[in-house]
Design a protein around this ligand. Structure first.
Ligand code: GN1
Ligand code: MG
Length: 361
């Protein structure tokens, strides 16, 4: 853990304006460490320690982020609120690089977006705006001239995630397979493997495209102004080629759950059709310019796939002994797993209703 003083020294290596007055923790991401840097000038900043155990190619990561923010900025040229509409990463004082490393830890800094709010839960009205915004985000990136690499290869590949769970089970590093509840859930999960890996097969058959997607559209990765207008999408580490299901599915995984993704009380978990409908409407309105018939038809599948995939990812981490996601207590990943499993089952039960709604849009 770095002290305030050390964090301020790191922030001071970047081309920021004003004198640093305070550095304090910000947000609740599960991967990077994030801080707000206040100054005596008009601007504040967001300092982040990039988790380079997970993002092993920081050079590529920042290349992607610079390309994406630059491209969006050209699309927004002339917009008077441009500084709040797209993230801006600061270069170092002595080079054009947008990250600093001491050889061990990696850091970057962006402009803090003032008067912006993130939510852990949203109303149908806000979900509609979010749908439009994520569809629009994908539409804006459709003609990006740069080639984006995969910052985490095969990030949302369900075949890989299933394989990782299988490997975790076989290795049983933390001795958690002794618990009969763990064993039973593993079996139940694999009953759905065939169905849940169908997008990868359709891709190999040339029937489904990959597009540049955000790939971490958790509800708290979107910023709103005080009036409820969407300002911008944050957390760009995973922007990469993927199925559009990533963005559609991951938003609903968080926003359409009646409770938080780690609520240990699974009786509170459930898939909220009102949020689904509002988000789908907004998303399709802005994404219809590029969506194929098959992509649109499979959106309800995406709504089921993401709770399933997240359940598999949390579960593999639990079985591996909690090495990936930050946890607050020993059974945290187990609670997350059960929560996402309950959400998957709830969404699955509403599949026909979802299909009917999407078809009519
Ligand atoms: C991680 O960093 P954060 O909290 O926005 C994860 C997502 C998961 C999410 C689950 C790089 O996102 O894929 O869906 O936790 N990001 C990475 O809460 O693995
Ligand atoms: Mg985040």
């Amino acid at each position: 853990m770095k002290t305030q003083q050390e964090l301020a020294e790191i922030a001071g290596k970047f081309a920021i304006s004003g004198k640093i007055t305070e550095v304090k923790p910000l947000g609740n991401g599960l991967i990077n460490d994030t801080f707000k840097v206040s100054t005596d000038g008009p601007d504040a900043y967001v300092l982040q320690r990039i988790n380079n155990a997970i993002f092993q190619d920081v050079e590529l990561l920042q290349h992607n982020i610079e390309a994406v923010t630059r491209h969006i900025r050209t699309k927004l040229e002339g917009n008077p609120d441009i500084r709040r509409k797209v993230l801006e990463f600061m270069p170092l004082k002595d080079s054009a690089k947008t990250y600093w490393t001491d050889g061990e830890t990696f850091w970057r800094i962006s402009l803090f977006i003032p008067d912006a709010i993130t939510y852990e839960a949203v109303t149908p009205e806000y979900s509609y705006y979010a749908g439009k915004a994520f569809g629009n985000f994908e539409a804006m990136l459709a003609d990006i001239p740069d080639t984006l690499g995969e910052t985490i290869p095969d990030f949302h590949n369900m075949e890989l995630r299933a394989r990782q769970l299988r490997e975790a089970v076989a290795a049983d590093k933390a001795g958690r397979m002794a618990d009969p509840r763990v064993k039973a859930l593993v079996e139940e999960i694999f009953e759905y493997e065939e169905e849940m890996t169908k997008a990868e097969r359709l891709f190999r058959e040339g029937k489904l495209p990959k597009r540049i997607c955000h790939c971490d559209t958790k509800v708290n990765n979107m910023m709103f102004d005080k009036e409820g207008n969407v300002l911008c999408v944050i957390d760009l580490d995973t922007v990469m080629p993927s199925f559009v299901f990533s963005d559609f599915g991951d938003f609903l995984r968080t926003a359409a759950n009646f409770t938080a993704e780690d609520d240990p009380d699974t009786s509170k978990v459930g898939f909220n059709m009102e949020i689904f409908k509002a988000f789908s409407k907004g998303y399709i309105e802005s994404a219809k310019v590029f969506l194929t018939a098959l992509e649109k038809e499979m959106l309800p599948f995406a709504a089921c796939l993401f709770p399933y995939m997240q359940c598999v990812r949390f579960f593999a981490d639990y079985i591996n002994g909690d090495t990936y996601y930050k946890i607050k207590y020993p059974g945290h990943n187990w609670d997350r797993t059960l929560n996402q499993w309950a959400l998957f089952k709830s969404a699955e039960g509403k599949l026909d209703e979802m299909k009917a709604y999407i078809e009519a849009l």
